[in-house]
Design a protein around this ligand. Structure first.
Ligand SMILES: [Zn+2]
Length: 114
């Protein structure tokens, strides 16, 4: 795994922990995963919310052990970060390229897809 996703964490994927760490209702990117035998976070899945990453993270409680995240002012920046993670981290559970949100004009800087 490449060093450093640029996301905050990892933190336990629990309602209490999400409320504590994700302080704003904002667009964002997150990674879900587990701690490996070496104690390092292994990213298994990435996702994004264009409106409220905290709410979406809560919907995944029970499906993984740990999460990382970052919040953004602009959902397009969250989308671009999600693309970066998709291409560089290659999470096992992400089978398809991240999708652009409504009204976004940007394309993926890595592959040119949207
Ligand atoms: Zn791409």
């Amino acid at each position: 795994m490449a060093a450093g996703s640029g996301l905050r964490g990892s933190f336990p994927l629990t309602i209490e922990s999400i409320d504590k760490e994700v302080k704003y209702v904002a667009p964002g990117v997150f990674g879900l995963g587990v701690l490996g035998d070496d104690g390092r976070f292994q990213m298994l899945f990435i996702g994004r919310s264009d409106t409220d990453v905290r709410r979406v993270l809560k919907s995944y409680v029970g499906k993984a052990n740990r999460f990382k995240f970052e919040v953004y002012d602009d959902p397009q920046r969250a989308f671009l970060k999600e693309c970066e993670l998709f291409h560089f981290m290659k999470p096992k559970a992400n089978k398809v390229h991240p999708q652009r949100g409504a009204g976004m004009e940007c394309v993926c800087p890595q592959c040119g897809a949207f």
